[in-house]
Design a protein around this ligand. Structure first.
Ligand SMILES: C[S@@+](CC[C@H](N)C(=O)[O-])C[C@H]1O[C@@H](n2cnc3c(N)ncnc32)[C@H](O)[C@@H]1O
Length: 235
C-alpha cells in the first residue's frame, strides 16, 4: 500500500440536512461483551428491519462512478447494501454469520427483484477463507468487532480486491465514543481510518482515508455520528 501520513485526506464534511440515516443501535449488549452470532440472531429476530432498507450513503457516493462488476459485501446484515449494489448491476456475494440476518437479506433481495444477482453466504469472517477469489469491489460497512479480530479480516479483504478493483470501508470512528452519536460504546470496537490503513498492509493504493460526519435523525432532532471511511484501489 502506498501510504504516508500525508496521504490521508480528511474527507469533506457531509452534513447537509435531508441526507440523514437512522442510527444503528449500540453493538454491545448490556454487559458490554462482544456480540456473537446468537446475540445478532436475537437482535435480528424482530420481523421488521432493524436497520434501514436504504443503502449506506457513503457506499452510494463512493462507488457511484464505478462500472459494475463483482462485489463482496462483508457483514451484509439485512442486505441493504448488497441489494442496492445488485440494483446498480453488480453481481454480489454477501456474507454474514447471522442466519437470521441472511434470511431477511434474502427476503429484501426477492422483494426488490435482485435475488438472482446475490450469492448469500453464512460464515464467520474470523475464519472465512477467500483463497484465490478476487472481486471488483470489496465493501465492509460497520463491521464493529474487537480490533484484534478485525485487522486480520481487513488484510484478507484487501487481498480479495481484483486488479483495478476498489476496497471500501465505513465504520464507527473512535472519536464517536466521546464526540459522536450512537454506535458501539466500547473503544476497542471502534477504529480510525489510520488504523484501518495500517491493517490493510501494502496491497492497495489509498484514495481516501479520514473521518466523516453522518447526520442522524433522532427523537431529539438531528445528531451527528462520526464514521471513518477508507477507499483504496488495486492498480
Ligand atoms: C452493524 S451490522 C452492519 C450490517 C450492514 N453492513 C449494514 O451496513 O447494514 C454488523 C453486522 O456484522 C455481522 N457480524 C459481526 N461479527 C461477524 C463475524 N465475525 N462474521 C460475520 N459477520 C459478523 C453481524 O451479524 C451484523 O449483521
Amino acid at each position: 500500500m502506498q501510504f504516508t501520513p500525508q496521504s490521508i485526506t480528511e474527507i469533506s464534511i457531509q452534513a447537509a440536512r435531508g441526507r440523514q440515516e437512522h442510527t444503528p443501535p449500540a453493538l454491545t449488549d448490556s454487559t458490554s461483551r462482544t456480540m456473537e452470532r446468537e446475540d445478532w440472531n436475537q437482535r435480528y429476530s424482530a420481523e421488521a428491519l432493524i436497520w434501514t432498507a436504504k443503502a449506506n450513503r457513503f457506499l452510494m457516493e463512493e462507488i457511484a462512478n464505478l462500472a459494475p462488476g463483482s462485489a463482496l459485501d462483508l457483514a451484509t446484515g439485512e442486505g441493504r447494501n448488497a441489494v442496492w449494489l445488485a440494483e446498480q448491476g453488480w453481481i454480489v456475494r454477501a456474507v454474514d454469520f447471522s442466519d437470521v440476518a441472511i434470511g431477511k437479506a434474502r427476503n429484501l433481495a426477492r422483494v426488490r427483484n435482485v435475488h438472482e444477482a446475490i450469492d448469500f453466504r453464512e460464515a464467520d469472517l474470523r475464519n472465512y477463507e477467500l483463497e484465490f477469489q478476487r472481486f471488483d469491489l470489496v465493501a465492509l460497512i460497520y463491521l464493529q468487532i474487537p480490533q484484534a479480530e478485525l485487522f486480520p479480516i481487513l488484510l484478507q479483504a484487501a487481498r480479495a480486491v481484483a486488479p483495478g478493483g476498489t476496497f471500501l470501508l465505513v465504520g464507527h470512528d473512535s472519536e464517536n465514543l466521546l464526540h459522536g452519536y450512537g454506535g458501539p460504546q466500547r473503544a476497542d470496537m471502534l477504529y480510525t481510518a489510520e488504523q484501518v490503513v495500517a491493517a490493510l498492509g501494502n496491497e492497495l493504493v489509498i484514495e481516501k482515508a479520514g473521518r466523516v460526519e453522518r447526520p442522524v435523525e433522532t427523537p431529539d432532532g438531528i445528531r451527528v455520528a462520526l464514521d471513518c471511511l477508507v477507499r483504496c484501489k488495486r492498480l
